[in-house]
Design a protein. Sequence first.
Length: 443
Amino acid sequence: MGPRRRRKRVPEGEFQVSIGGLSHDGRGVAHVDGKTTFVHGALPGETVTFRYLQRRRSHDEGQVVTVLKASNNRVEPRCAQYGICGGCGLQHLAPEAQIAAKQTVLLDNLRELGGVAPLEVLPALVGESPWGYRRKARLGVKEVLRKGRVLVGFRERGSSFIADVDRCHVLHPRVGNLLPALSDLIGGLSIRRRLPQIEVAMDDVQCALVLRILDPLSGEDERLLKDFQRANDVVFYLQPGGPETIRPLDTALDLRYCLPTHNVALRFLPSDFTQVNSDINRQMVDRAIGLLDLQEDDRVLDLFCGIGNFTLPIARVCARVTGVEGDAGLVARARRNAADNALANLCFYTADLYGELDAEPWLGVEYDKALLDPPRSGALQVLPRLPACGIRRIVYVSCNPGTLARDAGELVNRHGYRLHSAGVMDMFPHTAHVESIALFERD
Ligand SMILES: C[S@@+](CC[C@H](N)C(=O)[O-])C[C@H]1O[C@@H](n2cnc3c(N)ncnc32)[C@H](O)[C@@H]1O
């Protein structure tokens, strides 16, 4: 074991500061005696008192105690546990101001990390409501003896404790309103101490709840779960081991969501990757298709394609689409989705897009356009392949502005593309997550 790091003592008491900016993770930024201090719960333009949480060499961290002069953008958070629960970080900022802040994060990242700026900033994609949008989530479960019950919900900010929330406003209400009932249900199970997590997966109407179980259920547990399913219109799945062990408690759901403008329906399993916000997903697919400017004879490469969320809509319009994805299960679902939607002009490959790609058969072919939707780590390794395949237009969907900016710098400065446009999409309201889209072109 290495030497124990001693935590720096923090000054006691409250300190008054003026907040100059908002950090990329939604904290107010102040300068105290020349040192940057990130203050949870504070907004630009405000004067607040705060107490220190941590001191580090490069910066300090604090928590607002009193807002002495409030920003015009400050709003009352809906959640009673706001500031404690780690599920959200921006509820105190008006939704329009959240989007403006995320756009600043995107443009700052592009400039500072990529050395690039878009010719055009796209209008932000905004959902019908910034509440009740989350259809995919991982909730923690823990019996807390001190409270005499089981807690179900997101973890507290910066801690492994579960936040004590009786209603979550960002989860879809089917689940957000069900937390107390789930807590009572699990509290009555024999394995209540051996059930650490619930995975939520909703389609357009149905709700699957995957229970991670470390011990088998008793007969009475099964009966309680079945009664709960019937009463609350949810379907339980059990996961005794890795994701491959997930099975329904009794009858499996046929989970599927629709993309009506593209006449596409996509089936998925509860453990599959799906976009968390279905309203924004529909708008995002429309925008991606618009930016690709698809022509009948286009050949398109869709990298990190998952179950075919973009691949199938693209295939409705153009000559041929190739989807590539690292998870063989998702590729199987994508193939089946293509067949279910009577689409024959597409093909799918399983490949590690961060690995060695020289022998990949889909790379020996010419394409006109590409769609990239990588995980947080971005798509750096595959970028040099794109100009080599003849690709002139790239639409890049990103959940991490840092890696998008890095990759944008590569595409522009090494591979001869122009960053035509970029914009944010409000996929995760009230959190600091920034989802964005960018269009690159090349002659
Ligand atoms: C942000 S999701 C996008 C999925 C899909 N485009 C959609 O909209 O539903 C990223 C996808 O990248 C896949 N992925 C992660 N690492 C990968 C890798 N090394 N190679 C290929 N695909 C990978 C994940 O399985 C996931 O499906």
